[in-house]
Design a protein around this ligand. Structure first.
Ligand code: FE
Length: 225
């Protein structure tokens, strides 16, 4: 964990961001243009695996669908469980990967660190080098998470970035920015909002959006009129 108080401007100089055993290409900071070298390699690999009979195009398609349809909601379910089951929350905070496995969610990264927001501490997640992200919990990372702007600015001035997401924190709250890497992923355990007493896990999961689990927003209870 990297505790990024507002004074840690020598961050880049002292941190060692280990991406040696990496599972994806460094983010290019662009969304358009011709396919990158990595995309071409990925496609070639897929074609080769299909030709060798290791995987079928159908299996790849199904996997992609799971990624898009199921993965983005797993994190919400895990955190909703933590909100309703104190013993589970303790296990999640102690060993995130093992706690997720209890719920049938297997993570590829070696470690998952769940960081809990409190009235005095607010946590935010970034990958300063590329786009490491708890994909098995949140699906694919959003474009802003991979952007050069977010990756650089959330480290230097997290409060300004949070403000752009509509999150204004009281001055006494310490903001901690956690830098993910290939082996270590983070997920934020937000504070459970007032007015949710007695809610089911399913209902709680609905207010645990992706952005709340990255830490750029806080869960809100919307009152229907
Ligand atoms: Fe990364």
């Amino acid at each position: 964990m990297t505790d990024m108080s507002d004074t840690s401007f020598d961050y880049y100089a002292r941190k060692k961001h280990d991406h040696g055993d990496h599972d994806h290409a460094p983010a290019a900071g662009k969304d358009e243009g011709p396919p990158s070298e990595y995309e071409i390699m990925s496609r070639a690999m897929q074609e080769l695996l299909e030709a060798k009979g290791v995987v079928t195009a159908e299996e790849i398609r199904r996997r992609m669908e799971t990624f898009e349809e199921e993965f983005p909601y797993r994190g919400s379910r895990v955190i909703a469980r933590a909100w309703t089951d104190p013993a589970f929350k303790q296990r999640l905070l102690k060993d995130g990967k093992a706690a997720c496995a209890e719920m049938g969610v297997e993570l590829e990264a070696t470690r998952l660190i769940a960081v809990e927001n409190t009235p005095d501490v607010h946590n935010v997640i970034v990958c300063t080098l590329c786009s490491c992200y708890p994909r098995e919990l949140l699906g694919m990372p959003p474009t802003w998470y991979k952007s050069d702007s977010y990756r650089a600015r959330v480290v230097r001035d997290p409060r300004s970035v949070l403000k752009e997401f509509g999150t204004v924190l009281p001055d006494h709250v310490t903001v901690r920015v956690h830098d993910s890497n290939a082996d270590m992923r983070y997920v934020v355990v937000p504070m459970r909002p007032q007015g949710t007493k007695g809610w089911s896990e399913e209902r709680l999961a609905d207010i645990l959006t992706r952005d709340t689990l990255v830490g750029v927003t806080e869960p809100r209870v919307t009152v229907k009129s």
